[in-house]
Design a protein around this ligand. Structure first.
Ligand SMILES: Nc1nc2c(ncn2[C@@H]2O[C@H](COP(=O)(O)OP(=O)(O)O)[C@@H](O)[C@H]2O)c(=O)[nH]1
Ligand SMILES: [Mg+2]
Ligand SMILES: [Zn+2]
Length: 305
């Protein structure tokens, strides 16, 4: 009995590539898993921790799928039954922005953070191209940094050009499964190359990371980093920015509203027009940042029910 535990880093449809630490092995999935009445439509996802049995042909058979910490759905829908898993067991998803070229978009960050909270994926924020920031932009970046840090999100201000905080950021990725989500041109590929030159990613190109509106059947992949850990590479990842939840649920995904909402008069308060609202009070008292409360209202308005 040669049973081992590893992580699925890629799926070809037929085979699952499992990393066992010092080697990778092609594994098959017995039919019983496919028949399993699981909520999700793909029984094994990239990112899953699995037990495998090594066979005589040096390939493996998956015998058990360990419980998932979290996952990113292929599409964030209200109907969570039958949801497909894009990738599981994410240690941190980073909202990737640049201070300029393209301009920083706080609305994107807040939407992204809400989706991460809804799916229990730890999140963080990267502000790249800090070398382009003048005094005002630099102060603005500091304010944003302070604001997100104060509600529990790590923030990195980076520059590939003058090497700002690259080492520190690399340390944050070490031994973690990380996802970068952000628009094209903010420097995602450049930063990854700075951390691990062997990745040799193309810069200034629309990559599989950020291809808009194009549905491909390519499977998700975990790309190993030289100092340990993985970066998730998948075309479908952009859709993670789409959040589809109920209005009365939204404030659950703003960590700074957690406590104040306990003081609301109505249990289904949307913290907008209702009297005796703990969240509005906290906002008026300066305990919730105006930018965040504005984002809350914008997202609230965009939700259907
Ligand atoms: N000034 C400046 N330019 C950067 C920085 N990082 C990336 N770039 C440039 O931004 C452009 C887009 O970079 P890329 O890594 O392809 O962005 P991606 O689309 O997010 O992967 C390229 O021309 C890079 O040289 C940075 O820190 N500072
Ligand atoms: Mg790129
Ligand atoms: Zn309220």
């Amino acid at each position: 009995m040669d049973e081992q535990t590893g992580r699925v880093i890629q799926s070809t449809g037929k085979w699952y590539i499992v990393n066992l630490g010092d080697e990778t092995i092609e594994c098959r999935l017995p039919g019983k898993f496919r028949l399993d009445k699981r909520k999700v439509t793909n029984p094994v996802a990239v990112g899953d921790r699995v037990k495998i049995k090594v066979e005589e042909d040096k390939r493996g058979t998956i015998t058990e799928i360990l419980e998932r910490e979290n996952y990113i759905p292929r599409q964030a829908t209200r109907n969570r039954r039958g949801e497909q898993i894009l990738v599981s067991n994410i240690d941190r998803a980073w909202a990737f922005q640049s201070i300029k070229q393209p301009k920083l978009n706080p609305g994107f960050i807040d939407r992204f953070l809400v989706t991460c909270e809804a799916y229990e994926v730890p999140a963080g924020v990267v502000i790249n191209k800090m070398d382009l920031a003048n005094k005002n932009a630099s102060r603005y970046a500091d304010e944003i940094t302070e604001m997100y840090q104060s509600i529990g999100y790590p923030v990195a201000q980076t520059s590939i050009l003058d090497n700002t905080s690259i080492r520190e950021f690399a340390a944050a990725l070490k031994d973690q499964i990380s996802v970068f989500i952000g628009p094209s041109g903010v420097g995602k590929s450049s930063l990854l190359n700075a951390i691990d030159p062997d990745l040799n990613l193309k810069v200034g190109e629309i990559s599989s990371y950020s291809q808009k509106g194009k549905h491909t059947t390519t499977f998700a992949k975990l790309v190993p980093l030289k100092d340990g850990g993985y970066i998730v590479d998948t075309p479908g990842i952009r859709e993670f920015g789409v959040v589809n939840i109920e209005k009365s649920e939204l404030s659950l995904y703003f960590p700074e509203m957690m406590e104040p909402r306990q003081n609301c008069k109505f249990y289904n308060c949307t913290h907008y027009h209702e009297p005796n609202c703990g969240v509005v009070e906290a906002y008026k008292d300066g305990l919730i940042a105006a930018e965040r409360y504005n984002s809350y209202l914008n997202i609230l308005e965009s939700l259907e029910i």
